[in-house]
Ligand binder design. Structure first.
Ligand SMILES: Cc1cc2nc3c(=O)[nH]c(=O)nc-3n(C[C@H](O)[C@H](O)[C@H](O)COP(=O)(O)O)c2cc1C
Length: 212
């Protein structure tokens, strides 16, 4: 979901979703991850700074590496397919670099969602803790959907971790992992018609010892 209605989402609702998300299991029950929940002026302040950073071409410095570097060709193909699905839904031509850039900039406006969440993790946590946080994020997305809301992850937020740190006065020990845009989905927005595909099962699962 990347298109939202302007209807506000209450603090109680987000608190409920986060409490449900926190029920996700985690190794040794460490429950990694912190959530900075913003709406109204607090969200506008952050998006204003992020938007300006992108508009002036401030260099992007991610706090961690999300994707393999270099990206293998078969993964690059998946990344491109996901991007093209999004541009197709929006009617953006593959060669329209300006429109693609504008869509990318929408990340830093939290897609105009009424609630924006900055997800962070303590810098010294191991890779396993990212897995735990991912489970909590999935639980959050499902809980949001069960309440008629929609959400999307915004990994692009980590590209401007320095801006986020300054705007929210985050502790230096916190690493910006991603953002979440949360709100009531707007069914009239074409961007929400984006549909992606998945690899066939035989490309990623191998079964042994079964009789059937
Ligand atoms: C942690 C996370 C971060 C993401 N970051 C972004 C992002 O920065 N911008 C964006 O447009 N979509 C982002 N997405 C959405 C993915 O691109 C999307 O989930 C993927 O292409 C599969 O599409 P589907 O969710 O519609 O099945 C993110 C998703 C997750 C789970």
């Amino acid at each position: 979901m990347r298109g939202f209605l302007p209807e506000p989402v209450s603090r109680a609702t987000v608190a409920d979703l986060l409490s449900l998300a926190r029920m996700a299991p985690s190794g040794a029950n460490l429950q990694p991850g912190e959530f900075h929940v913003l709406t109204g002026d607090a969200l506008a302040n952050l998006t204003g700074k992020l938007d300006e950073a992108m508009t002036v071409g401030q260099p992007m410095v991610s706090e961690y590496s999300y994707f393999p570097e270099p990206m293998p060709a078969r993964l690059k193909a998946r990344q491109q397919a996901a991007g093209f699905a999004l541009y197709d839904a929006l009617g953006i031509a593959k060669r329209d670099v300006k429109a693609r850039r504008e869509q990318f900039q929408r990340n830093y406006q939290f897609f105009d969602a009424p609630v924006g969440i900055v997800v962070s993790i303590q810098r010294d946590m191991g890779k396993g803790c990212f897995m735990d946080l991912g489970m909590a994020l999935m639980a959050f997305f499902l809980a949001a959907e069960s309440r008629g809301l929609g959400a999307t992850g915004i990994g692009a937020l980590a590209n401007y971790a320095d801006v986020v740190h300054e705007a929210l006065a985050l502790e230096p020990s916190e690493m910006v992992v991603c953002g979440i845009a949360l709100g009531k989905p707007d069914p009239t927005q074409a961007v929400n018609n984006c549909r992606t595909e998945r690899e066939p099962l035989e490309n990623y699962a191998w079964f042994k010892g079964f009789d059937d």
